[in-house]
Structure formats: structure tokens, C-alpha cells
Design a binder for this molecule. Structure first.
Ligand SMILES: Cc1cc2nc3c(=O)[nH]c(=O)nc-3n(C[C@H](O)[C@H](O)[C@H](O)COP(=O)(O)OP(=O)(O)OC[C@H]3O[C@@H](n4cnc5c(N)ncnc54)[C@H](O)[C@@H]3O)c2cc1C
Length: 552
């Protein structure tokens, strides 16, 4: 607050690897012509999570009410400006701002005022789009309610998470049946009704669409091209979770070929249904988290009284920061050292913070990433497959990842210095919303496919700007698209992460953008494009990237 551009930039440099919040610019300049009276607005600097998208001097309005968003949309339409809603700006893809965006663009900061929430029914919460996921989960907990899984950070907005079809990690364990009010699919699949700012033929207006109305399907995961102001979500009874961390299972066991037996990811999914694997580059043993539903506190568990119980991962230990800094300044060959240091910090940190075996209300176990964590670039895919083939996907993917890592290293190249992250969810079964006539979110990465019932979420992380990373990502993406296709699997992109790589940059592979990604959604793609366009025919809520990308 009150930050000048100079302090913002020097602050970023000092913070080095950390995410830096935007600052206000010293010179606010002249307001856009005819700007609606009474709506706060100023010029700000926009920076996404990794700092790979930064824009100076972007007009940012701070709507106080849904009616303010309508007034802004009418103003923008009349003046030939565009609007882009934003939440916490914690993403990577060019959905908010994109290269080539016209400067006649106003960002909408949804997080300042549009944060109200209330219980609409015992199993339904009404929440405005700018509320944070942590505030929502806290409110639900106070009302005895919760989600089956959710994204790991708390500082994501509900609107931002719905726009990209956010997820955590959960499939049914052996013998488990879905609890009413929950889903193993994305957060978008819990929507009961949605209120958005749409074109009504003459002007913009607020429209509330029930999940049972065919118009809802495109809005549920809308990539931010229609502004959501409020949703009602179905919610379940809150449960207690236990989370066990393991660092003693070798990657060779976790990712063994299907049928190998022993400590495979598949075996942990059978036991508990909820896993995350974090596998630092050039190490042999991943950090495996296994969550299970545990009504009573197990004898050996430490109670988790608050979220964010892995301080060693949220506050970068000094040796890790030092090596990461050296890598950023050009010593890329230190990637194996960084991997080993991160694994060591994890092992030591789990013990020192008594975090190996945690138990508590679901929110405290499902939120575990703070904005102070290491700032990295991820690719992101959801590989849809049959539950029985999850281990096959993991075996194939990790074998190719290792092959590429070693092949690059043999040429003295170290494009990956972060971790592989793996989670598994179900798909968006629309019956979970318990609304007659409900359809799945058309553009969710886990929108159902007739052959499949599970999704393996795969991310590979590296420090922004690491040489050869884009080439590596392009090769790995080509592998995924080719191998995970046909009747055994299907590769979809994870909207919030990075994809469509060429060796020079993400979001630039024209075949991915214009053919592969649309094809991965089948007929949903054209239908969503047409319906979203009809709700905003003048493209007021679009940007240069979505203009060319979405179907018309
Ligand atoms: C460290 C880190 C960890 C993450 N972990 C997970 C995870 O575990 N699971 C997961 O699913 N995702 C995860 N993400 C990705 C995150 O969920 C998405 O990037 C999400 O969109 C960010 O929310 P935001 O509020 O910051 O939205 P922004 O980044 O500000 O916006 C993202 C998109 O949402 C749109 N949008 C924002 N508000 C609205 C609105 N009211 N109406 C319509 N569109 C809107 C924007 O226009 C933009 O297109 C993670 C991100 C980070 C940085």
C-alpha cells in the first residue's frame, strides 16, 4: 500500500524468489473517460504468481457490489474498453492479462468487497466470488460443513478457483462411498446456482442461473470470460482428516509398473484415496502425503489446530534459498544439489515441526501452502484414465520424466530444478450437485469422459527462466498427448498452470491451442464457446489470449 513503482521493483529484487504483491503507483494519472462515478479505481502494477506476467499502470477498479460490476460492464461496452476480473493473481496462464492486450483494459479487484457468505441451507453455502478459499473453509467449519478436497493454498478467490476448475486430491478409498454434498471432481461441480454479469440484449445485467438450467454448464468453469459475482455451492458434513507424511518409500516402488505390488501409489489410493507425491528433481525418495478420514484422533497423531502445518515448505530454509539464488543467477547445474537440499529440508522439517502425523478438521489438513512458498513455474495436465490404470499412467509418466531429465543432464542441461507434483481425483459427476437436470462443467479438465473415472494431475516445477525448461516441457507435453490418448487415457491441460509449449515459450504451440486442447473436450468445446459468447457478445470480459483461443 502506498508503494511506488520504484519500491515495488526494488522490493521484488530483494524478495528474490518470493511472490511480491502489487503496489499502487505514485502517479495515478487521468481516469478513463466517463468512468462510473462512485467506484474506486486507480492504476496498479499487475504481477502473476511467478512474476512471468507483469504489467505496469493497469487501471484497476474495486467494485463494492455486484451492481458496480454491471455499471462497469455497461461503461466498458459504451467506451470500447475491456474488463478482467481478478482474485489473488495466483496463477500462471494468460487468462487475466495476455501479451497484446489493449491498454484500454480495467482489472476488477474482486477480493476487496465481494466477499460475503452465508448458509443458504444446511448443505448449501452462498458465497461471493471475491471471498478467499480460506475464509470459505473457515466459515464452513464453523457451520459443521466442509469439502472433500480443495486447492492447497487458502489465498485463492472462489471466483478464481471456479474459473479454472480448481481441485485438491481425493478418490474413494476401498469401501468408501461419496458423502452427500461432496464431490471427487472439481469445485465447479459443487455449484448449485451461479450469479454472473451477462449481456441481456440491451445492456449488462445480473443473471442467476440454476445448475439445472442448461446455461449453467458453460459458466461453471468459464476461464474468466464471464464475471461471476456469487455462487451457491453444495457442501458436505465436515470430517476430521489424518495426514501421514512418508519419505521412506523409494520412487521406484511408488511408481513401479502396474501389478508390481508393494508400496505403489495405487496401494495408498486403495487404502486412503487421498495422496500427494512431491518428488524433488534428482532425488530417489519422494515426499508422500496420505490423507485418510479419521473421526477420532489416532494415538500417534499431533492435532492440527490451524492450517499450514509445513513451515519448512512455506518459509524457505536459508541453504535452499542460497542454492536457488545461485541457480537463478546462472549456476543451473546446481539443480541436483537443490533437489537434495529440498528433500533434506523436508525430512528434517517434518520431524522438527512434528508434522509427520497430523490430525484435525479437514480445513487444517487440506490447506498447506502459503504465499511465502518458493515461486516456481509449473506445467500442468489432468490425465483422465480408468481407476485401474492410474498406476500405469504414473509409471509411464515418471519413466519418461526420468529419461528426459537424464538425457538433458548428459548434455550438461538442467531444465528442471523443482519437483514433480502428483495428485489424483475423480471426475465431475453432475449427480454430485444434487440438482435435477444438472450438467457437468463443460470446460472443466475433469468434465466426464465415457471411458474414464479418474484423473491423474501432473505438474513439473522449475524456477522461472531456467534455460531449456521450455524445450523440456515441450517434449514432455508431446509425450503425454501421444501416450495418454486413445481408449486408455486422455490428456487435458490444467487451466491455471502452463501448457502448449514450444521450445521458446508456453502458450505458443498452435497445434495444441487450436486442435489438441479443443479436441480433448469433444463437442463441449464448441458448445461452451458459443454459449459464453452469447452471454458477452461484445467480448467485454475477454483478453487477447481468450479472443483467439476459445471457440466462437
Ligand atoms: C502456489 C500455488 C498453488 C496452487 N495450488 C493449486 C491447487 O492445489 N489446486 C488448484 O486447482 N489450483 C491451484 N493453484 C492454481 C489456482 O487455483 C488458480 O491459479 C486460481 O485461478 C487462482 O485464484 P486467484 O483468486 O488468484 O485468481 P486469479 O489468478 O486472480 O484469476 C485467475 C482466473 O480467474 C478469473 N477470475 C477471477 N475472479 C473471477 C470472477 N469473479 N469471475 C470470473 N472469473 C474470475 C480471472 O479472470 C482469471 O482468468 C495454485 C496456485 C499457486 C500460485
Amino acid at each position: 500500500m502506498g508503494m511506488t513503482r520504484r519500491t515495488l521493483l526494488s522490493g521484488s529484487a530483494a524478495a528474490g524468489l518470493l511472490w511480491t504483491p502489487i503496489g499502487r503507483l505514485a502517479d495515478p494519472g487521468a481516469a478513463p473517460p466517463g468512468f462510473p462515478a462512485g467506484i474506486a479505481h486507480e492504476r496498479r502494477t499487475y504481477a502473476n504468481w511467478s512474476g512471468e506476467t507483469v504489467a505496469d499502470d493497469v487501471w484497476t477498479a474495486v467494485p463494492q457490489t455486484p451492481a458496480d460490476v454491471v455499471a462497469l460492464a455497461d461503461w466498458a461496452h459504451g467506451q470500447g474498453w475491456r474488463l478482467r476480473p481478478h482474485g489473488f493473481k495466483h496463477g500462471w496462464s494468460p487468462l487475466t492479462l495476455a501479451p497484446g492486450d489493449d491498454p484500454k483494459l480495467v482489472l476488477l479487484d474482486m477480493t476487496a468487497h465481494l466477499t460475503a457468505m452465508s448458509m443458504a441451507a444446511p448443505d448449501q453455502v452462498r458465497v461471493q466470488a471475491g471471498a478467499s478459499m480460506e475464509a470459505l473453509l473457515t466459515f464452513l467449519e464453523q457451520n459443521g460443513r466442509g469439502l472433500a478436497h480443495c486447492p492447497a493454498p487458502g489465498d485463492l478467490s472462489v471466483g478464481g478457483v471456479l474459473a479454472i476448475g480448481g481441485h485438491g486430491t481425493a478418490i474413494p478409498a476401498d469401501g468408501e462411498t461419496r458423502a452427500p454434498g461432496t464431490t471427487y471432481g472439481s469445485l465447479s461441480n459443487l455449484v448449485v446456482s451461479i450469479t454472473a454479469v451477462v449481456w441481456d440484449g440491451q445492456a449488462f445485467a445480473l443473471r442467476t442461473v440454476s445448475r439445472g438450467d442448461g446455461a449453467a454448464a458453460a459458466l461453471l468453469t468459464d476461464l474468466g470470460v464471464i464475471c461471476l459475482v456469487e455462487v451457491v455451492l453444495r457442501v458436505g458434513v465436515n470430517v476430521n482428516l489424518r495426514c501421514l507424511s512418508r519419505v521412506d518409500v523409494p520412487a521406484t516402488d511408488l511408481f513401479a509398473a502396474p501389478g508390481a505390488g508393494g508400496d505403489t501409489v495405487d496401494s495408498f489410493l486403495h487404502q486412503a484415496g487421498r495422496i500427494e507425491v512431491i518428488w524433488f528433481a534428482f532425488t530417489t525418495h519422494p515426499w508422500l502425503k496420505v490423507w485418510s478420514v479419521a473421526p477420532e484422533q489416532p494415538l500417534t497423531s499431533r492435532p492440527a489446530l490451524t492450517p499450514y502445518n509445513y513451515p519448512f515448505s512455506d518459509n524457505i530454509p536459508r541453504p535452499v534459498a542460497r542454492v536457488a539464488g545461485a541457480i537463478i543467477s546462472g549456476q543451473y547445474y546446481l539443480a541436483p544439489v537443490l533437489g537434495r537440499l529440498q528433500f533434506g529440508a523436508t525430512t528434517a522439517g517434518l520431524t522438527a515441526s512434528l508434522a509427520t502425523d497430523l490430525w484435525g478438521p479437514s480445513k487444517n489438513l487440506m490447506l498447506y501452502i502459503k504465499p511465502t512458498t518458493l515461486r516456481v513455474h509449473p506445467n500442468g495436465y489432468a490425465v483422465l484414465t480408468r481407476r485401474a490404470d492410474v498406476q500405469w499412467v504414473l509409471h509411464e509418466f515418471t519413466a519418461e520424466y526420468q529419461r528426459l531429465l537424464q538425457a538433458y543432464a548428459a548434455r550438461g542441461r538442467f531444465p528442471v530444478n523443482g519437483a514433480v507434483e502428483i495428485r489424483v481425483t475423480g471426475l465431475d459427476d453432475p449427480a454430485d450437485a444434487e440438482v435435477p437436470g444438472a450438467e457437468p462443467p463443460l470446460l472443466s479438465a475433469v468434465t466426464p469422459h465415457a471411458d474414464f473415472d479418474a484423473a491423474v494431475w501432473l505438474d513439473v516445477l522449475t524456477l522461472p527462466g531456467t534455460p531449456y525448461a521450455n524445450a523440456f516441457y515441450a517434449e514432455l507435453e508431446a509425450f503425454c498427448v501421444a501416450r495418454f490418448s486413445g481408449d486408455r487415457a486422455l490428456t487435458r491441460v490444467e487451466w491455471s498452470k502452463a501448457w502448449a509449449y514450444t521450445p521458446s515459450a508456453p502458450f505458443t504451440d498452435q497445434t495444441m491451442l487450436s486442435e489438441t486442447i479443443p479436441a480433448s473436450f469433444g463437442t463441449n468445446w464448441d458448445r461452451a464457446g458459443t454459449e459464453l459468447r452469447a452471454l458477452d457478445p461484445h467480448g467485454v470480459f475477454r483478453n487477447a489470449f481468450t479472443d483467439g483461443f476459445l471457440a466462437e
